[in-house]
Design a protein around this ligand. Structure first.
Ligand code: HEC
Length: 274
């Protein structure tokens, strides 16, 4: 075999493998029944993508008013909401502990603490340094409150689920899909074509106008689902914007270096006969 044929064969196989894996990926997460997964255009995708701050802020409201009665955000403290790149970052308050939004959000939660003098357990309003509190005292209580189902922690859910943001968005909007006749639901289970097997123990959490957005955005199910997903995408990957900015600087640096190297190469070899 000549070298050229070998190269062509290798290149051919690489293209085939790449095509096959793309197809396999596209086929994944199709949903049960007739449901077609909707692929949304997320603001944070792509080399220059950043979070849509307004959407993520609305998403926090949805989380707080709807999801927080069952789901914790155990990897987050309130002050993270005001970090650089976070939904409530304000350059006037580089220290998120001073950010008035963050302080208000924290104070809106009740935190279990111990009285330093008497040792009694008490409840006090949250401060920015507090973590988002647990919703249930233990797993048994969480299951008992949810018909046997266990609401997972949501802080890294977008990273944890195959399909990421599209999966979470579709899970929240897919409850209206028509149930195939062969799927049987016992009490406490709902049809959701995005779940494996089509069954979920979470009742449909969203309905139109469930929250009232301060910025006047109409609160449709799709809007709230997209907003809370944007917020949860941020909580899963709070350093995304910083990472992309660093990557961009590295590319710029390498390009300049390459140009300089090219000129010095020309100069060093200019008197040598080729
Ligand atoms: C009344 C309680 C309750 C509320 C409110 C609620 N959930 Fe759930 N959620 C659950 C339970 C229970 C499960 C576990 C479902 C299962 O495993 O069958 C769950 C599961 C999930 C899952 C994981 C699905 C999977 O792939 O395993 C996601 C994501 C989720 N909920 C997001 C949300 C979001 C976002 C909100 C707010 C808009 C919300 N939930 C509101 C109870 C709730």
């Amino acid at each position: 075999m000549t070298l050229n044929m070998k190269t062509a064969l290798i290149a051919g196989s690489v293209v085939l493998v790449a095509a096959a894996s793309t197809l396999a990926y596209a086929a994944g997460g199709g949903g049960t029944g007739d449901y077609k997964m909707e692929h949304k255009h997320w603001h944070f995708k792509g080399a220059f993508g950043t979070y849509d701050t307004a959407a993520a802020q609305r998403g926090y409201q949805v989380y707080r008013e709807v999801c927080a009665s069952c789901h914790q955000l155990k990897h987050l403290s309130f002050r993270h909401l005001g970090d650089k790149g976070a939904p409530f970052y304000d350059k006037n308050y580089p220290n998120p502990n001073d950010n008035p939004y963050v302080k208000n959000f924290a104070a809106d939660w009740s935190i279990e603490d111990i009285d330093g003098e008497t040792g009694d357990i008490l409840e006090r309003p949250g401060v920015p340094a507090d973590k988002f509190p647990a919703i249930y005292p233990n797993e048994a209580a969480a299951r008992a409150g949810n018909g046997g189902g266990l609401p997972p922690d949501l802080s890294v859910i977008v990273a944890a689920r195959n399909g990421g943001a599209d999966y979470i968005y579709n899970l929240l909007v897919a409850y209206n899909a028509k149930k195939p006749a062969d799927i049987e639901l016992t009490p406490g289970l709902y049809y959701n074509p995005v779940m494996d097997g089509g069954k979920i123990s979470m009742a449909p959490p969203l309905s139109d106008e469930l929250v009232e957005y301060a910025d006047g955005t109409p609160a449709t199910v799709e809007q709230m689902a997209a907003d809370v997903t944007e917020f949860l995408a941020w909580s899963s990957d709070p350093k995304l914007e910083q990472r992309k900015a660093t990557g961009l600087m590295a590319m710029l640096y390498l390009s300049i270096l390459a140009i300089l190297l090219w000129f010095s190469y020309k100069r060093v070899w200019k008197d040598v006969e080729h």
